[in-house]
Each structure stands twice: as structure tokens, then as C-alpha cells.
Write a protein of this length. Structure first.
Length: 118
């Protein structure tokens, strides 16, 4: 049976999405011992996720810190042991291999068991 988080995330696959970033490139996050975010990490404003926060998203292939951005959801990182899936977004829907996605998100995703869904 598909989790609520994955059902929600699937509705964004292949679509344009507006994002806001609470952890832009270069920011830190003490609870996860992340000294400097290598990518922009944020959420889809106004879209609540099952964990009580907004639906989370990674923006890949952008090196400067941003407050907001628009892109296309190219994949989902589905966490197998928690109901907190992540959208994988690129500025113009540029396609990345699974390995490239894992490489850019491993700073955080190495803590979880997950699979990439397209």
C-alpha cells in the first residue's frame, strides 16, 4: 500500500512547481549536523505533507542560494522508513540519472533508506 506522502508527491511528477527555501545553499542545520547545505532545500508552500510540515523538495543543478524558485519535478526520493518523501526538482526539468540525484542529496539522504521514483 502506498504511503500518503508518496501519493501526494506523485501528483507533482513532471509538473512545474514553485518552491521556497528554508535551507538555501550555504546554510547550516544543527539538528542534522549539516554545516553547509550544498544545494537549496525547501518546500512547496501551501502544500501540507503527512508529517505536519510542507512537502519538502530539493532543487538540483543550482549553485547559488535562493529564497524562491520554479522548476520541474523530475523524481521523488521515497523514504522507506518514514513518511517524509522529497521532491527532486531541476530548474527546467533537466534530467539527471539516479546516481546524480543520490550524489547531490547524499549529504542528508545517507541517513535514510530510500529509493528514487520517476
Amino acid at each position: 500500500m502506498e504511503s500518503e506522502s508518496l501519493k501526494l508527491a506523485r501528483t507533482f511528477l513532471g509538473k512545474k512547481v514553485q518552491l521556497e527555501f528554508d535551507q538555501p545553499v550555504g546554510s547550516s542545520y544543527a539538528p542534522h549536523k549539516i554545516d553547509s547545505y550544498p544545494i537549496n532545500y525547501g518546500y512547496v508552500p501551501g502544500v501540507p505533507a503527512p508529517d505536519g510540515d510542507y512537502l519538502d523538495a530539493y532543487l538540483l543543478n543550482v549553485s547559488e542560494p535562493l529564497e524562491k524558485a520554479e522548476g520541474v519535478c523530475i523524481a521523488i526520493i521515497h523514504r522507506l522508513e518514514d513518511d517524509d518523501d522529497k521532491l527532486v526538482v531541476t530548474p527546467k526539468g533537466e534530467q539527471l540519472s539516479d546516481e546524480e540525484i543520490y550524489e547531490q542529496t547524499s549529504f542528508q539522504e545517507h541517513l535514510y533508506k530510500g529509493i528514487i521514483i520517476r
